[in-house]
Write a protein that binds this ligand. Structure first.
Ligand SMILES: [Fe+2]
Length: 246
């Protein structure tokens, strides 16, 4: 099976379209979405509608998604993130809202596992270190796990009795061979708000038969998204960071 793997769309429809186009070209059979469909960006409804159309769509819920439904998550955010959630809440139609509400906290499948933050805390954790990898080891089975929230693409690999190794994806269109006997935690980066100083949408294609993960970066019309954000009255800090990739 070939999976289009993506995370942290954050209501950025232009960036999402660039990713979906590449998934089409790659001929993916299914989609693995690591959470945070909404928040920050200007087009939550359009993004939700695009994902609702996908066949074999496997999602998990992110912390921004959850803040639509739980006040304790909403209250945890910065003021500008709260502004974007309030904007999102007004934009979403009941079917889109219901679609997001059904995202589960974790996914455990034949070919991979998936969670937004970590299995210790799906919504508030950021799985970034070798120590966290070890703490999560017995929470999932198999060789591959996808995570989200840092917005920086990386791959961690682990072999029994060795400390996990962490590699940040520095280039685009990098293919990694996934070795037998190893376990991997992979962050595909963020589609709609990359934070590794690369403004291009970040996502990947996982081929479970060939045992490969390919990281892709694609440009999209950042200025058009910024204009939409300004028109929507979203905070400048959110549109400015798209141009910097931070
Ligand atoms: Fe996010």
């Amino acid at each position: 099976m070939k999976y289009g793997v993506f995370s942290d769309v954050h209501s950025n429809y232009e960036a999402l379209s660039a990713a979906l186009k590449e998934f089409d070209k790659a001929g993916v059979d299914a989609y693995a979405f690591c959470g945070d469909l909404i928040g920050y960006g200007p087009e939550p409804e359009k993004c939700a509608r695009a994902l609702m159309k996908l066949k074999n769509f496997i999602p998990v819920m992110g912390n921004h998604d959850m803040s639509l439904f739980r006040d304790d998550f909403f209250n945890w955010f910065s003021d500008y993130a709260k502004d974007s959630i309030l904007f999102t809440s007004k934009q979403l139609t009941p079917p889109a809202r219901e679609f997001i509400k059904n995202f589960p906290p974790e996914y455990h499948g034949k070919d991979f596992a998936m969670v937004h933050g970590s299995f210790l805390d799906p919504y508030r954790d950021y799985l970034l270190s070798a120590e966290q990898f070890v703490l999560n080891l017995d929470k999932w089975q198999g060789g591959v796990c996808f995570v989200g929230p840092s917005h920086v693409p990386f791959i961690m690999s682990y072999k029994s009795n060795h400390m996990p190794q962490i590699d940040v994806f520095l280039g685009a269109d990098v293919t990694v061979k996934l070795l037998p006997g190893h376990r991997y935690i992979i962050n595909p980066g963020s589609v709609g708000q990359p934070r590794d100083t690369n403004v291009r949408a970040s996502f990947g294609v996982y081929d479970s038969a060939a045992h490969t993960f390919r990281l892709l970066r694609r440009p999209y019309d950042v200025e058009s998204v910024q204009k939409k954000m300004t028109r929507a009255g979203l905070p400048d800090i959110l549109s400015n960071r798209l141009k910097k990739g931070t």
